[in-house]
Design a protein around this ligand. Sequence first.
Ligand code: NAD
Length: 442
Amino acid sequence: MNLTVIGTGYVGLVSGTCFSEMGNTVTCIDVDLKKIEDLKRGIIPIYEPGLEAMVKRNFQNKTLRFSNNLSENLEKCDIAFIAVGTPMGDDGSADLQFVLQVAKEIGTHMHHSLIVVDKSTVPVGTADKVRDTIQKELDKRNVDIAFDIVSNPEFLKEGDAINDFMKPDRVVIGSDNEAAQDKMRALYSPFFRSSMDRLIAMDVRSAEMTKYVANAMLATKISFMNEIANICELVGADVNKVRIGIGSDSRIGYSFIYPGSGYGGSCFPKDVKALKKTAEEHGYKAKLITSVEDVNNEQKLVIANKVIKRFGEDLKDKTFAIWGLAFKPETDDMREAPSIYIIKELTRRGAKIQAYDPKAMNEAQHFYLKDVPNISYFNSKYETLPHADAMILLTEWKEFRSPDFEELKAQLKQPVVFDGRNQYNHERMINSGFEYFQIGKK
Ligand code: NAD
Protein backbone atom coordinates (compact mmCIF):
# COMPACT_ATOMS: atom_id res chain seq x y z
CA MET A 1 0.00 0.00 0.00
CA ASN A 2 0.99 3.63 -0.42
CA LEU A 3 0.99 5.34 2.96
CA THR A 4 1.53 8.91 4.05
CA VAL A 5 2.43 9.51 7.67
CA ILE A 6 2.02 13.13 8.72
CA GLY A 7 4.17 14.08 11.71
CA THR A 8 7.61 12.45 11.89
CA GLY A 9 8.14 12.35 15.65
CA TYR A 10 8.47 9.27 17.87
CA VAL A 11 5.21 7.78 16.67
CA GLY A 12 5.26 8.91 13.04
CA LEU A 13 8.85 7.92 12.38
CA VAL A 14 8.57 4.54 14.09
CA SER A 15 5.19 3.69 12.49
CA GLY A 16 6.26 4.84 9.04
CA THR A 17 9.53 2.93 9.23
CA CYS A 18 7.87 -0.27 10.45
CA PHE A 19 5.15 -0.09 7.78
CA SER A 20 7.86 0.27 5.12
CA GLU A 21 9.76 -2.66 6.66
CA MET A 22 6.64 -4.75 5.97
CA GLY A 23 6.74 -3.87 2.27
CA ASN A 24 4.57 -0.77 2.05
CA THR A 25 5.74 2.39 0.35
CA VAL A 26 5.72 5.12 2.97
CA THR A 27 6.32 8.85 2.91
CA CYS A 28 6.87 10.53 6.26
CA ILE A 29 5.90 14.19 6.19
CA ASP A 30 6.88 16.91 8.63
CA VAL A 31 6.73 20.69 8.76
CA ASP A 32 10.14 20.70 10.41
CA LEU A 33 12.37 21.15 7.37
CA LYS A 34 15.59 20.49 9.24
CA LYS A 35 14.23 17.19 10.53
CA ILE A 36 13.31 16.10 7.00
CA GLU A 37 16.67 17.17 5.54
CA ASP A 38 18.52 15.40 8.39
CA LEU A 39 16.52 12.20 7.85
CA LYS A 40 17.35 12.24 4.15
CA ARG A 41 21.02 12.42 5.16
CA GLY A 42 20.63 9.53 7.60
CA ILE A 43 20.55 11.66 10.76
CA ILE A 44 17.88 10.27 13.08
CA PRO A 45 16.35 12.95 15.34
CA ILE A 46 15.58 10.66 18.29
CA TYR A 47 17.29 7.79 20.05
CA GLU A 48 15.30 4.58 19.79
CA PRO A 49 17.00 1.16 19.78
CA GLY A 50 17.04 -0.43 16.31
CA LEU A 51 15.45 2.55 14.59
CA GLU A 52 18.48 4.00 12.82
CA ALA A 53 19.38 0.81 10.94
CA MET A 54 15.77 0.22 9.91
CA VAL A 55 15.33 3.80 8.66
CA LYS A 56 18.55 3.65 6.64
CA ARG A 57 17.73 0.25 5.13
CA ASN A 58 14.25 1.24 3.98
CA PHE A 59 15.37 4.67 2.80
CA GLN A 60 18.03 3.03 0.63
CA ASN A 61 15.44 0.57 -0.71
CA LYS A 62 13.27 3.61 -1.57
CA THR A 63 10.30 2.20 0.35
CA LEU A 64 10.69 4.97 2.94
CA ARG A 65 10.79 8.60 1.91
CA PHE A 66 10.84 11.91 3.73
CA SER A 67 9.18 15.08 2.55
CA ASN A 68 7.62 18.33 3.67
CA ASN A 69 5.21 18.38 0.74
CA LEU A 70 1.86 16.89 1.76
CA SER A 71 -0.07 17.83 -1.37
CA GLU A 72 2.30 16.00 -3.71
CA ASN A 73 2.27 12.87 -1.57
CA LEU A 74 -1.47 12.65 -1.06
CA GLU A 75 -1.87 12.04 -4.80
CA LYS A 76 -0.66 8.44 -4.65
CA CYS A 77 -1.77 7.68 -1.14
CA ASP A 78 -4.20 4.94 0.03
CA ILE A 79 -4.08 5.74 3.74
CA ALA A 80 -2.97 8.98 5.45
CA PHE A 81 -1.94 8.74 9.11
CA ILE A 82 -2.12 11.78 11.36
CA ALA A 83 0.70 11.36 13.89
CA VAL A 84 1.36 14.92 15.05
CA GLY A 85 1.67 15.97 18.67
CA THR A 86 -1.32 16.59 20.94
CA PRO A 87 0.36 18.54 23.76
CA MET A 88 -1.30 19.60 26.96
CA GLY A 89 -3.34 22.78 26.52
CA ASP A 90 -3.38 25.53 29.16
CA ASP A 91 -6.50 24.09 30.80
CA GLY A 92 -5.18 20.50 30.82
CA SER A 93 -7.13 19.33 27.78
CA ALA A 94 -5.41 17.91 24.68
CA ASP A 95 -4.45 20.70 22.29
CA LEU A 96 -5.82 19.63 18.90
CA GLN A 97 -4.45 22.51 16.83
CA PHE A 98 -1.85 20.38 15.01
CA VAL A 99 -4.30 17.54 14.31
CA LEU A 100 -6.93 19.91 12.91
CA GLN A 101 -4.31 21.82 10.91
CA VAL A 102 -3.35 18.54 9.22
CA ALA A 103 -7.03 17.70 8.64
CA LYS A 104 -7.43 21.09 6.97
CA GLU A 105 -4.41 20.45 4.74
CA ILE A 106 -5.76 17.02 3.79
CA GLY A 107 -9.09 18.59 2.84
CA THR A 108 -7.28 21.21 0.78
CA HIS A 109 -5.09 18.79 -1.16
CA MET A 110 -7.14 15.58 -1.39
CA HIS A 111 -7.95 14.53 -4.96
CA HIS A 112 -9.21 10.98 -4.56
CA SER A 113 -10.97 8.84 -2.00
CA LEU A 114 -8.78 7.83 0.95
CA ILE A 115 -8.73 6.66 4.54
CA VAL A 116 -7.58 9.18 7.13
CA VAL A 117 -6.30 7.58 10.32
CA ASP A 118 -5.98 9.35 13.67
CA LYS A 119 -2.86 7.80 15.20
CA SER A 120 -2.20 10.70 17.55
CA THR A 121 -3.69 10.31 21.02
CA VAL A 122 -6.89 12.33 20.80
CA PRO A 123 -9.96 12.74 23.03
CA VAL A 124 -13.25 11.09 22.24
CA GLY A 125 -15.03 13.02 19.51
CA THR A 126 -11.89 14.11 17.65
CA ALA A 127 -12.61 11.86 14.65
CA ASP A 128 -15.83 13.85 14.15
CA LYS A 129 -13.87 17.11 14.28
CA VAL A 130 -11.33 15.79 11.78
CA ARG A 131 -14.14 14.65 9.47
CA ASP A 132 -15.90 18.04 9.70
CA THR A 133 -12.67 19.95 9.06
CA ILE A 134 -11.85 17.90 5.95
CA GLN A 135 -15.43 18.13 4.67
CA LYS A 136 -15.44 21.91 5.12
CA GLU A 137 -12.36 22.22 2.90
CA LEU A 138 -13.87 19.92 0.27
CA ASP A 139 -17.07 22.00 0.30
CA LYS A 140 -15.02 25.16 -0.17
CA ARG A 141 -13.43 23.58 -3.24
CA ASN A 142 -16.86 22.40 -4.35
CA VAL A 143 -15.66 18.80 -4.83
CA ASP A 144 -17.31 15.58 -3.77
CA ILE A 145 -14.76 13.03 -2.57
CA ALA A 146 -15.63 10.17 -0.22
CA PHE A 147 -13.27 9.55 2.70
CA ASP A 148 -13.25 7.56 5.92
CA ILE A 149 -11.92 8.43 9.35
CA VAL A 150 -10.39 5.62 11.40
CA SER A 151 -9.07 5.80 14.95
CA ASN A 152 -5.93 3.68 15.35
CA PRO A 153 -4.29 4.77 18.62
CA GLU A 154 -0.65 3.88 19.09
CA PHE A 155 0.51 1.85 22.09
CA LEU A 156 4.26 1.71 21.47
CA LYS A 157 6.54 2.61 24.35
CA GLU A 158 9.64 4.69 23.90
CA GLY A 159 12.76 2.62 24.43
CA ASP A 160 11.17 -0.49 22.92
CA ALA A 161 9.13 1.12 20.18
CA ILE A 162 10.32 -0.97 17.22
CA ASN A 163 9.62 -4.20 19.04
CA ASP A 164 6.19 -2.98 20.18
CA PHE A 165 5.26 -1.95 16.66
CA MET A 166 6.60 -5.02 14.89
CA LYS A 167 5.14 -7.46 17.44
CA PRO A 168 2.16 -5.64 18.94
CA ASP A 169 0.20 -6.92 21.95
CA ARG A 170 -2.82 -5.56 20.15
CA VAL A 171 -3.82 -3.17 17.41
CA VAL A 172 -7.02 -1.23 18.00
CA ILE A 173 -8.96 -0.16 14.94
CA GLY A 174 -11.91 2.10 15.50
CA SER A 175 -14.09 2.48 12.44
CA ASP A 176 -17.75 2.66 11.62
CA ASN A 177 -17.13 1.52 8.05
CA GLU A 178 -16.57 -2.11 7.07
CA ALA A 179 -14.47 -1.41 3.96
CA ALA A 180 -12.11 0.81 5.97
CA GLN A 181 -11.87 -1.86 8.69
CA ASP A 182 -10.93 -4.45 6.04
CA LYS A 183 -8.24 -2.25 4.56
CA MET A 184 -6.72 -1.57 7.98
CA ARG A 185 -6.88 -5.28 8.76
CA ALA A 186 -4.99 -6.01 5.54
CA LEU A 187 -2.37 -3.40 6.42
CA TYR A 188 -1.75 -4.85 9.88
CA SER A 189 -2.10 -8.58 9.13
CA PRO A 190 1.66 -9.04 8.37
CA PHE A 191 2.38 -7.94 11.95
CA PHE A 192 0.41 -10.91 13.31
CA ARG A 193 2.10 -14.07 12.17
CA SER A 194 -0.15 -16.68 13.72
CA SER A 195 -3.31 -15.13 15.03
CA MET A 196 -5.40 -12.12 14.17
CA ASP A 197 -7.04 -12.19 17.63
CA ARG A 198 -4.90 -9.30 18.72
CA LEU A 199 -6.41 -7.05 16.08
CA ILE A 200 -9.30 -5.50 17.93
CA ALA A 201 -12.03 -3.82 15.93
CA MET A 202 -14.44 -1.41 17.58
CA ASP A 203 -16.34 1.81 17.01
CA VAL A 204 -14.39 5.06 16.69
CA ARG A 205 -15.28 6.55 20.09
CA SER A 206 -14.35 3.39 22.00
CA ALA A 207 -11.01 3.27 20.18
CA GLU A 208 -10.27 6.88 21.08
CA MET A 209 -11.19 6.16 24.70
CA THR A 210 -9.14 2.93 24.85
CA LYS A 211 -5.84 4.78 24.48
CA TYR A 212 -6.55 7.15 27.38
CA VAL A 213 -7.81 4.37 29.59
CA ALA A 214 -4.71 2.24 28.95
CA ASN A 215 -2.40 5.10 29.95
CA ALA A 216 -4.53 6.09 32.93
CA MET A 217 -4.55 2.48 34.16
CA LEU A 218 -0.76 2.20 33.93
CA ALA A 219 -0.31 5.57 35.64
CA THR A 220 -2.70 4.41 38.37
CA LYS A 221 -0.61 1.30 39.03
CA ILE A 222 2.53 3.44 39.34
CA SER A 223 0.95 5.99 41.68
CA PHE A 224 -0.69 3.26 43.74
CA MET A 225 2.64 1.55 44.34
CA ASN A 226 4.39 4.84 45.08
CA GLU A 227 1.75 5.68 47.66
CA ILE A 228 2.19 2.24 49.19
CA ALA A 229 5.98 2.82 49.22
CA ASN A 230 5.50 6.02 51.21
CA ILE A 231 3.28 4.20 53.73
CA CYS A 232 5.75 1.30 53.95
CA GLU A 233 8.47 3.72 54.90
CA LEU A 234 6.36 5.18 57.72
CA VAL A 235 5.35 1.85 59.20
CA GLY A 236 8.76 0.19 58.84
CA ALA A 237 7.86 -2.24 56.04
CA ASP A 238 10.04 -2.85 52.95
CA VAL A 239 8.20 -2.04 49.74
CA ASN A 240 10.61 -4.23 47.75
CA LYS A 241 9.32 -7.25 49.63
CA VAL A 242 5.71 -6.09 49.56
CA ARG A 243 5.97 -5.71 45.78
CA ILE A 244 7.04 -9.31 45.37
CA GLY A 245 4.43 -10.41 47.89
CA ILE A 246 1.58 -8.89 45.91
CA GLY A 247 2.94 -9.36 42.38
CA SER A 248 2.96 -13.13 42.83
CA ASP A 249 -0.85 -12.99 42.87
CA SER A 250 -1.74 -13.65 39.23
CA ARG A 251 -4.69 -11.25 39.53
CA ILE A 252 -2.22 -8.45 40.32
CA GLY A 253 0.99 -9.38 38.45
CA TYR A 254 4.44 -7.78 38.61
CA SER A 255 4.31 -5.25 35.83
CA PHE A 256 4.11 -1.55 36.61
CA ILE A 257 4.22 -1.97 40.38
CA TYR A 258 7.85 -0.93 40.79
CA PRO A 259 8.19 1.98 43.22
CA GLY A 260 10.22 4.97 42.05
CA SER A 261 10.37 8.71 41.55
CA GLY A 262 7.10 8.97 39.66
CA TYR A 263 6.09 8.73 36.03
CA GLY A 264 7.12 11.24 33.37
CA GLY A 265 7.44 11.24 29.61
CA SER A 266 5.38 12.67 26.82
CA CYS A 267 2.28 10.57 27.39
CA PHE A 268 1.17 9.64 30.93
CA PRO A 269 1.19 13.16 32.43
CA LYS A 270 -0.71 14.79 29.58
CA ASP A 271 -3.05 11.86 28.91
CA VAL A 272 -4.07 11.52 32.57
CA LYS A 273 -4.79 15.25 32.63
CA ALA A 274 -6.71 15.15 29.36
CA LEU A 275 -8.88 12.23 30.51
CA LYS A 276 -9.69 14.12 33.71
CA LYS A 277 -10.60 17.15 31.61
CA THR A 278 -12.80 15.11 29.25
CA ALA A 279 -14.69 13.74 32.26
CA GLU A 280 -15.07 17.27 33.64
CA GLU A 281 -16.42 18.54 30.32
CA HIS A 282 -19.12 15.90 30.65
CA GLY A 283 -19.99 16.92 34.20
CA TYR A 284 -18.08 14.14 35.97
CA LYS A 285 -15.34 14.69 38.56
CA ALA A 286 -12.76 11.91 38.10
CA LYS A 287 -11.63 11.51 41.72
CA LEU A 288 -9.33 8.52 41.31
CA ILE A 289 -7.59 9.95 38.24
CA THR A 290 -7.12 13.27 40.05
CA SER A 291 -5.43 11.45 42.94
CA VAL A 292 -3.17 9.52 40.55
CA GLU A 293 -1.87 12.84 39.32
CA ASP A 294 -1.54 14.36 42.81
CA VAL A 295 0.42 11.36 44.10
CA ASN A 296 2.73 11.54 41.09
CA ASN A 297 3.42 15.25 41.48
CA GLU A 298 4.48 14.69 45.10
CA GLN A 299 6.45 11.54 44.27
CA LYS A 300 8.73 13.43 41.91
CA LEU A 301 10.13 15.29 44.91
CA VAL A 302 10.47 12.40 47.37
CA ILE A 303 14.17 11.93 46.61
CA ALA A 304 14.86 15.69 46.77
CA ASN A 305 13.18 15.74 50.19
CA LYS A 306 15.38 12.87 51.38
CA VAL A 307 18.46 14.79 50.25
CA ILE A 308 17.26 17.89 52.11
CA LYS A 309 16.53 15.84 55.24
CA ARG A 310 20.06 14.41 55.14
CA PHE A 311 22.02 17.54 54.12
CA GLY A 312 19.82 20.40 55.35
CA GLU A 313 17.66 23.08 53.73
CA ASP A 314 20.64 25.11 52.55
CA LEU A 315 22.65 23.17 49.97
CA LYS A 316 25.06 25.96 48.99
CA ASP A 317 28.24 24.02 49.70
CA LYS A 318 26.95 20.69 48.45
CA THR A 319 27.61 18.91 45.17
CA PHE A 320 25.57 15.96 43.90
CA ALA A 321 26.38 13.43 41.21
CA ILE A 322 23.27 12.62 39.17
CA TRP A 323 23.08 9.31 37.32
CA GLY A 324 20.29 9.44 34.76
CA LEU A 325 18.27 12.33 33.32
CA ALA A 326 15.87 10.66 30.84
CA PHE A 327 12.38 9.90 32.13
CA LYS A 328 13.12 6.20 31.62
CA PRO A 329 15.94 4.06 30.18
CA GLU A 330 16.58 3.51 26.46
CA THR A 331 15.35 6.93 25.44
CA ASP A 332 16.69 10.46 25.23
CA ASP A 333 13.23 11.83 26.04
CA MET A 334 13.19 14.12 29.06
CA ARG A 335 9.62 15.43 28.83
CA GLU A 336 8.25 15.66 32.41
CA ALA A 337 11.21 13.62 33.72
CA PRO A 338 11.49 13.53 37.54
CA SER A 339 15.16 14.56 37.11
CA ILE A 340 14.03 18.03 35.99
CA TYR A 341 12.03 18.60 39.18
CA ILE A 342 14.68 17.15 41.49
CA ILE A 343 17.57 19.05 39.93
CA LYS A 344 15.62 22.32 39.98
CA GLU A 345 14.77 21.83 43.67
CA LEU A 346 18.38 21.08 44.63
CA THR A 347 19.95 23.89 42.58
CA ARG A 348 17.30 26.33 43.90
CA ARG A 349 18.82 25.63 47.30
CA GLY A 350 22.31 26.32 46.01
CA ALA A 351 23.54 22.78 45.23
CA LYS A 352 25.95 22.04 42.39
CA ILE A 353 25.06 19.18 40.05
CA GLN A 354 27.43 16.87 38.16
CA ALA A 355 25.27 14.92 35.74
CA TYR A 356 25.56 12.00 33.34
CA ASP A 357 23.02 10.21 31.17
CA PRO A 358 23.89 7.79 28.35
CA LYS A 359 21.52 9.48 25.85
CA ALA A 360 19.67 12.49 27.27
CA MET A 361 22.50 14.98 27.95
CA ASN A 362 21.87 16.94 24.78
CA GLU A 363 18.18 17.31 25.64
CA ALA A 364 19.09 18.42 29.17
CA GLN A 365 21.75 20.91 28.14
CA HIS A 366 19.88 22.51 25.27
CA PHE A 367 16.25 22.30 26.37
CA TYR A 368 15.04 21.01 29.70
CA LEU A 369 17.76 22.26 32.04
CA LYS A 370 19.12 24.97 29.78
CA ASP A 371 18.39 27.82 32.20
CA VAL A 372 19.24 25.95 35.39
CA PRO A 373 22.53 27.18 36.90
CA ASN A 374 25.32 25.11 38.47
CA ILE A 375 25.06 21.97 36.35
CA SER A 376 28.06 20.39 34.66
CA TYR A 377 27.80 17.39 32.37
CA PHE A 378 30.25 14.49 32.21
CA ASN A 379 30.95 11.71 29.72
CA SER A 380 30.73 8.79 32.10
CA LYS A 381 29.03 7.93 35.38
CA TYR A 382 32.30 7.73 37.33
CA GLU A 383 33.44 11.18 36.17
CA THR A 384 30.48 12.73 38.03
CA LEU A 385 31.69 11.42 41.40
CA PRO A 386 34.80 13.41 42.47
CA HIS A 387 33.93 16.23 44.92
CA ALA A 388 30.31 15.01 45.17
CA ASP A 389 28.68 14.70 48.59
CA ALA A 390 26.34 11.97 47.33
CA MET A 391 25.26 10.12 44.21
CA ILE A 392 21.59 10.31 43.21
CA LEU A 393 20.30 7.68 40.76
CA LEU A 394 17.27 8.85 38.79
CA THR A 395 16.98 6.64 35.68
CA GLU A 396 17.37 2.86 35.76
CA TRP A 397 19.74 2.53 32.78
CA LYS A 398 21.32 -0.92 32.64
CA GLU A 399 24.82 0.55 32.99
CA PHE A 400 23.88 1.82 36.47
CA ARG A 401 22.66 -1.57 37.71
CA SER A 402 25.91 -3.02 38.90
CA PRO A 403 28.55 -0.33 39.08
CA ASP A 404 31.93 -0.85 40.70
CA PHE A 405 30.79 -0.07 44.24
CA GLU A 406 34.37 0.20 45.51
CA GLU A 407 35.06 2.90 42.95
CA LEU A 408 31.79 4.61 43.81
CA LYS A 409 32.81 4.70 47.45
CA ALA A 410 36.34 5.80 46.73
CA GLN A 411 35.39 8.64 44.40
CA LEU A 412 32.55 10.22 46.42
CA LYS A 413 33.47 12.64 49.24
CA GLN A 414 31.44 10.37 51.49
CA PRO A 415 29.66 7.12 50.58
CA VAL A 416 26.08 8.40 50.35
CA VAL A 417 23.68 7.11 47.68
CA PHE A 418 20.08 8.16 47.03
CA ASP A 419 18.39 5.62 44.78
CA GLY A 420 15.26 6.98 43.11
CA ARG A 421 14.66 3.67 41.31
CA ASN A 422 15.46 1.05 43.96
CA GLN A 423 18.20 -0.54 41.88
CA TYR A 424 20.48 -1.86 44.61
CA ASN A 425 20.17 -4.35 47.43
CA HIS A 426 19.58 -2.37 50.59
CA GLU A 427 21.28 -4.78 52.98
CA ARG A 428 24.32 -5.21 50.77
CA MET A 429 24.75 -1.47 50.38
CA ILE A 430 24.57 -0.90 54.14
CA ASN A 431 26.96 -3.79 54.80
CA SER A 432 29.40 -2.34 52.29
CA GLY A 433 29.52 0.89 54.25
CA PHE A 434 27.15 3.06 52.22
CA GLU A 435 24.59 5.40 53.65
CA TYR A 436 21.85 4.26 51.29
CA PHE A 437 18.41 5.81 50.77
CA GLN A 438 15.69 4.13 48.72
CA ILE A 439 12.03 4.70 47.96
CA GLY A 440 9.71 2.90 50.39
CA LYS A 441 12.28 1.56 52.84
CA LYS A 442 13.53 3.23 55.99
P1 NAD B 1 6.48 14.43 18.54
O1 NAD B 1 6.36 15.77 19.14
O2 NAD B 1 7.70 13.61 18.75
O3 NAD B 1 6.27 14.55 16.94
C1 NAD B 1 5.26 15.28 16.33
C2 NAD B 1 5.77 15.75 14.96
O4 NAD B 1 4.68 16.33 14.24
C3 NAD B 1 6.87 16.82 15.03
O5 NAD B 1 8.01 16.39 14.31
C4 NAD B 1 6.22 18.06 14.40
O6 NAD B 1 7.15 18.87 13.70
C5 NAD B 1 5.21 17.41 13.46
N1 NAD B 1 4.13 18.29 13.02
C6 NAD B 1 3.42 19.19 13.74
N2 NAD B 1 2.50 19.77 12.96
C7 NAD B 1 2.62 19.24 11.72
C8 NAD B 1 1.95 19.44 10.49
N3 NAD B 1 0.96 20.33 10.35
N4 NAD B 1 2.33 18.70 9.43
C9 NAD B 1 3.35 17.82 9.53
N5 NAD B 1 4.02 17.59 10.68
C10 NAD B 1 3.67 18.29 11.77
O7 NAD B 1 5.20 13.63 19.00
P2 NAD B 1 5.07 12.05 19.31
O8 NAD B 1 5.72 11.72 20.61
O9 NAD B 1 5.42 11.28 18.09
O10 NAD B 1 3.50 11.94 19.54
C11 NAD B 1 2.57 12.04 18.48
C12 NAD B 1 1.21 11.59 19.01
O11 NAD B 1 1.28 10.20 19.37
C13 NAD B 1 0.76 12.31 20.28
O12 NAD B 1 -0.63 12.45 20.24
C14 NAD B 1 1.16 11.37 21.39
O13 NAD B 1 0.36 11.51 22.53
C15 NAD B 1 0.93 10.02 20.73
N6 NAD B 1 1.73 8.91 21.28
C16 NAD B 1 3.03 9.12 21.62
C17 NAD B 1 3.79 8.04 22.10
C18 NAD B 1 5.22 8.23 22.52
O14 NAD B 1 5.74 7.35 23.19
N7 NAD B 1 5.88 9.31 22.16
C19 NAD B 1 3.19 6.77 22.23
C20 NAD B 1 1.88 6.60 21.83
C21 NAD B 1 1.16 7.69 21.35
